[in-house]
Design a protein around this ligand. Structure first.
Ligand code: FE2
Length: 368
């Protein structure tokens, strides 16, 4: 079923960071991606610099400020630290999608605008999602240049060799909100974007001995765009969502799940490239062997690489989560491979996962 907003798929996502050059290098080197475009003083943009890094359909823009007057970036960084400023979806008609969203309750941030240069134009607009995070609608059908007006091939050819990680694109994007904000945020998505609530985890569904959270998954009706939303729930100690809200000083994107067709290769390469993952206890794999699941992968391989597995509907998924990427324990990546018709998010793994997160939370002094 086609969605009525004309959403074609995920497009780029953009991070605001302290030093774009250094972070872009880490993303390219560690995640096995290519720096493909650049915007900055050399391309006559003097207040900020941005690096586009890509792997198949995955497009990540890393942006940093160059002048004190770039206050929008500094105020974001001062409050939240490095994090996701915006993510975007490609649409058939930016004006139409924006009008529908705003008519149905979306808060406008950027009204439909044409960005132009000698290569044509890109239409874009944006609505508010979380405190300082926005969703961009973009269409570049009338643009022949690289990525977006203002971007050019990297001035300095950056050759970064690393292991091939076979990253394909975005599977889902997850947001964290405060207590009592989850239901209203889900309604906001469902009304403004004509999404539907696909899964709803209530009290007691996701909890460990120490902490708990609530989660609703909203998605476009064609299942292209999937957006779980978490809020903290009362437990004995502080939940990972509470830690995020405290350390990020607000609501925002908690993790981005990147899809791959070969997670064994992806994780082996990412580990060689120095990416750190949550540690999964051996007991998790002992339990998996007892259940003797009908899967293509060898359980010894999954254990060696620390990959989690969960049966979902008519298929199963394989997934693994990194440790926090930036200085603050806020944003992280997930890598996911879906086999068959798997539509969920690994609910069977939540227990093992959250116990692992709590161990790290305790090391940071943020559990109690
Ligand atoms: Fe996820």
């Amino acid at each position: 079923m086609r969605n009525i907003l004309g959403i074609r798929n995920y497009d780029y996502l953009e991070f605001y960071v302290g030093s774009a050059k250094v972070v872009a290098y880490w993303f390219a080197r560690a995640l096995g991606m290519q720096v493909t475009a650049y915007k900055g003083p050399e391309t006559l943009h003097r207040d900020r610099c941005s690096y586009l890094i890509e792997s198949e359909n995955l497009k990540i823009v890393i942006t940093g400020a160059l002048k004190p007057s770039t206050s929008e970036i500094y105020s974001f960084l001062g409050l939240h630290g490095d994090g996701v400023k915006r993510w975007s979806v490609e649409v058939d008609d930016v004006q139409k999608t924006f009008d529908y969203a705003v008519l149905h309750g979306a808060v406008p941030i950027i009204f439909p605008t044409k960005l132009e240069d000698k290569n044509g134009y890109v239409d874009h607009s944006a609505i508010k999602l979380y405190d300082d995070t926005e969703l961009v609608f973009i269409n570049r059908d009338n643009f022949k240049g690289i990525f977006m007006p203002g971007f050019e091939k990297p001035v300095q050819k950056i050759e970064i060799s690393s292991e091939d990680t076979a990253l394909k694109g975005i599977d889902h994007i997850v947001g964290n909100v405060r207590i009592n904000q989850m239901a209203q945020t889900a309604d906001y998505f469902n009304n403004a974007l004509d999404f539907e609530t696909f899964i709803d985890f209530g009290p007691g569904d996701i909890s460990t001995k120490y902490s708990a959270l609530l989660s609703k998954v909203v998605r476009s009706k064609d299942n292209l765009i999937k957006n779980p939303i978490n809020e903290p729930f009362k437990g004995m100690f502080k939940s990972q969502i509470e830690e995020f809200i405290e350390q990020y000083h607000g609501t925002g994107v908690q993790h981005i799940a990147i899809e791959t067709d070969d997670i064994l290769k992806t994780i082996a390469s990412l580990r060689k490239n120095g990416v750190e993952f949550l540690e999964i206890p051996d007991t998790y794999y002992d339990l998996m062997r007892e259940k003797n699941p009908d899967i293509v992968e060898n359980i010894d391989d999954l254990q060696r690489l620390g990959i989690l597995m969960d049966f979902e509907g008519d298929g199963y998924l394989l997934q693994l989560f990194t440790k926090p990427i930036f200085d603050r324990p806020t944003f992280f990546f997930e890598f996911i491979q879906r086999r068959g018709k798997s539509e969920g998010f690994g609910q069977g793994n939540f227990q093992a996962l959250f116990e692992s997160i709590e161990l790290d939370q305790e090391k940071r002094g943020n559990l109690k």
